[in-house]
Write a protein that binds this ligand. Structure first.
Ligand code: MG
Ligand code: MG
Length: 259
């Protein structure tokens, strides 16, 4: 069952995702060599609670923290801890909130100090892949149109797409139907309808597509230990016209430029 949201519910989802964007902007402003991922997590949790929401990931299936982080070859679901960020790292930060009964969910991959040109290109291509996927999030299209657009952009740039994890519907639950894979065939999959709200979240690897889960039971990393990037938007399907992106990366970009 794919649930359709009312306009009022979509506005609550937007409120959540604006708060997530602001949280990621605040976190991004604190990212520098010498900072631990645990410090970033504390900043995020305090900000989310100060804004009348609850961290969406904390306690979700037993996850122990507010943020999911991933350094370099870590793809997603890493647990913030004592790791000290180093010049040249890339750090993916995934953040969720719950407010007024609905979830916010988005992710951004940040640079720690000066990052190598090959990592910068991976970030650019992953973010472009997200934009190209989201551009297909229109009523009457199919989920496969999004998936194919993401995959095509990643692979034509020489990268690979993680298969084991996907985007998803979102609403009163963090993970709802449909699944939104980052690989697939145009014209296949569920039809997109007005009122659907989905998370599009390409996880793109510089090397091969295979991933493994670390012994902590959470952290997913690339098997070949090559870097991986992750960007995520929550997007509403509108009755007519383009996708309504409920996440606002401009808040994050402005904060990073101001640092
Ligand atoms: Mg997420
Ligand atoms: Mg998600």
């Amino acid at each position: 069952m794919i649930s359709l949201k009312t306009e009022e519910e979509i506005e609550i989802l937007r409120e959540n995702n604006i708060l997530v964007s602001k949280t990621l902007a605040l976190v991004g402003g604190h990212i520098r060599p010498g900072v631990t991922t645990e410090e970033l997590d504390r900043i995020a949790e305090e900000f989310i609670r100060d804004n009348g929401a609850v961290p969406g990931f904390l306690g979700y299936n037993g996850f122990p923290k507010t943020l999911c982080v991933g350094v370099n070859e870590e793809v997603v679901h890493g647990i913030p801890g004592s790791y000290v960020l180093r010049e040249g790292d890339i750090l993916s930060v995934d953040c969720g909130t719950i407010m007024k009964g609905f979830y916010g969910d988005s992710a951004y991959t940040f640079c720690v100090g000066e990052v190598s040109p090959d990592k910068l290109r991976l970030l650019d291509v992953t973010r472009e892949a997200l934009c190209k996927g989201a551009a297909q999030a229109k009523a009457g299209n199919r989920v496969g149109d999004i998936s194919a657009a993401v995959q095509r952009h990643a692979e034509t740039n020489g990268y690979s797409v993680v298969r084991d994890l996907t985007g998803h519907g979102v609403g009163r639950k963090m993970h709802e139907e449909p699944e939104v894979p980052n690989f697939g065939v145009k014209g296949r999959g569920p039809v997109l309808k007005a009122g659907m709200v989905i998370c599009i979240e390409p996880m793109i690897n510089m090397g091969k597509k295979a991933v493994v889960t670390e012994a902590d039971g959470w952290t997913v990393r690339t098997r070949d230990r090559m870097p991986s990037a992750h960007f995520e938007w929550t997007v509403a399907i509108t009755p007519n016209g383009g996708p309504d992106v409920l996440t606002d990366f401009s808040i994050i970009d402005r904060a990073l430029n101001a640092v």
